[in-house]
Design a protein. Structure first.
Length: 363
């Protein structure tokens, strides 16, 4: 049963969740902050496998497009990555993998190694209209007031949000001088708290919210898409939310449906819960940290940061958008955003001018 019957318009009554969900995905940051159970460490054997796979890739003169588990062989780490992925998708929704040896690699070598690890977790999907399958989170001096600028291209803090793909991965190459903490929160917990405390606002988040595409428009599509924040489908809660872009859709597109006062209040309450340290988990990346998040059950944000004067030392993360074949079923209402619903072949940004590429430059 779909969350909404999609036939070009979303006018059916939404399917609501049965109430509190709970389970391993319903964690609270205040408790996890005292634990390191969510941190996995690479061991010496696994690091040696990464080294060998990078060397083999370079010696065979392969391109980044050639990277897949069959060409980037990780005999012991590969199966472990598959297990970690399963725990992320079926468990608490995230992991921090620590110890990728970025200090011994060039940016290109680190990218090859990171793509190799990522290939065990899903197919690469483009994270912007340029078609970048290897993304860069770095302040390149763009003005966020421009309609096509994305927050990851600035040093501005990001509000809690999800990305339009099953899994997002970040590899930390360089940290900022100060700030730039990653914060994540369980959307299952947010759902359960809202159901208990404000069921009227909980109900509103099952309505379809117009969301700005920020100029990254697929052929034949509107410059916004309509999707509920909370979606109950095949026994799972799937969340998609970018509050900043919901608000910009209201400002930029008069044709988009106007939000009701209750829907606006529901967003404000959701944002308030996201920013409550009772619920969010904060983590400061170290060089070599890899964070994997399951977008369907995790919202993430970043605090403002101050960067180093030396350009070569400035904060720099590599990003992967991944579509695992083990991905959960998604409701039809996701299709205008995800393009397709087939696990392993969905999500990402596609426009008429998109050309898939692996770039080692953040520009």
């Amino acid at each position: 049963m779909s969350n909404l019957a999609y036939n070009g318009e979303f006018d059916a009554e939404p399917v609501l969740s049965p109430g509190k969900i709970g389970g391993p995905g319903a964690w609270r940051g205040s408790k996890l902050q005292k634990s390191d159970a969510w941190i996995e460490h690479l061991n010496e054997t696994e690091i040696a496998e990464i080294d060998a796979a990078i060397r083999a890739h370079v010696e065979q003169d392969l391109s980044m497009a050639d990277i897949r588990p069959e060409t980037f062989v990780l005999p012991t780490l590969g199966p472990r990555l598959k297990k970690i992925l399963n725990d992320v998708v079926e468990g608490r929704g995230f992991v921090l993998l620590r110890g990728f040896p970025v200090d011994r690699y060039s940016v290109t070598e680190a990218a090859i190694g990171y793509l190799g690890l990522g290939s065990y977790c899903g197919a690469f999907r483009p994270s912007n209209a340029k078609g970048h399958l290897l993304g860069h989170v770095k302040d390149i001096g763009l003005d966020i007031k421009q309609p096509t600028t994305r927050y990851y291209q600035t040093n501005r803090g990001l509000e809690f949000h999800t990305d339009s793909v099953d899994i997002v991965g970040l590899l930390c190459l360089k940290t900022a001088k100060s700030g730039g903490a990653s914060r994540i929160v369980s959307s299952v917990t947010l759902h359960d708290v809202m159901y208990e405390k404000r069921p009227d606002l909980w109900r509103a988040l099952f309505n379809a919210y117009p969301t700005d595409r920020r100029g990254e428009i697929p052929p034949g599509m509107k410059p916004w898409f309509d999707v509920p924040v909370f979606n109950w489908y095949e026994g799972k809660l799937t969340t998609i939310y970018v509050g900043q872009y919901i608000r910009s859709a209201q400002e930029l597109f008069p044709e988009a449906r106007r939000l009701t006062d209750v829907e606006v209040e529901a967003m404000e309450y959701l944002d308030t819960l996201c920013n409550d340290p009772e619920y969010y988990l904060s983590m400061d990346f170290l060089p070599g940290d890899i964070q994997l998040l399951h977008n369907h059950q995790i919202l993430h944000s970043r605090t403002d940061y101050e960067d180093w004067p030396d350009v070569e030392e400035r904060r720099h993360l590599l990003r992967l958008w991944l579509a695992p074949e083990s991905g959960r079923p998604l409701p039809p209402v996701f299709e205008p955003r995800y393009g397709k619903l087939t696990p392993g072949n969905r999500g990402g940004i596609f426009t008429e001018s998109t050309k898939l590429t692996f770039s080692v430059s953040p520009v």
